[in-house]
Design a protein around this ligand. Sequence first.
Ligand SMILES: [Zn+2]
Length: 235
Amino acid sequence: MPANWRRALVVMAHPDDPEYGVAAAVAEWTAAGREVSYLLATRGEAGIAGLPPAQSGPLREAEQRRAAAQVGVSGVDFLEYPDGRLQESPALRRDIARAIRIHRPDGVVTLNHRDTWGPGAWNSQDHQVLGRSVLNAVADAANEWIFPELAAEGLAPHTVAWTAVSSPWPTHAVTVSPESLERAVRSLMAHERYLRALADIPVEEQARRQVDLVTGGGESPRVGFELYGYELLEG
Ligand SMILES: [Zn+2]
């Protein structure tokens, strides 16, 4: 993974996406003094069975803010696109490019943009759309002509050095300490109401299982990423 950087922006589709994938790496980064912010395209209001979106949205936003605080994230923003109905659009790319120009990160982190998570594991349209939009928005943020309205808002173009995709086909990895692993578990546990509705398994057990699944558990836990742009940087 890139070593010399200061700031990262994590862009994902729903509250809980960072916690299901990259939170242990985020904990590792913030513990090392790096600055990490989250941007979520939706408030996840379609995510809890039996709880109408008008109640679910604010609840999930609050859970997301508590989850982010557990791993030292400095800010959480929401674009408020409709949960479950994300579509690739110039507007979504522009909104992500705007955030990139505001935060001016060295690296952007997003989630799997492919059809599946592996054989037999379909990836939701929201995730596919978001991941593809982020990879495109990274280029948009650096280009002065694609969304000239951003310059009119006073936001100068910004070039991101690398984009790391939380992917089942990693090319790079972040080794995580036991402390970061524990903080990642606490971070996912902050989605308490969501997890209680999801399965009849205690919240902490669900969180621990998921973090172990992502990091491989055992003696050398790590979070894998598929990196874009880094080779160019190194070359
Ligand atoms: Zn999601």
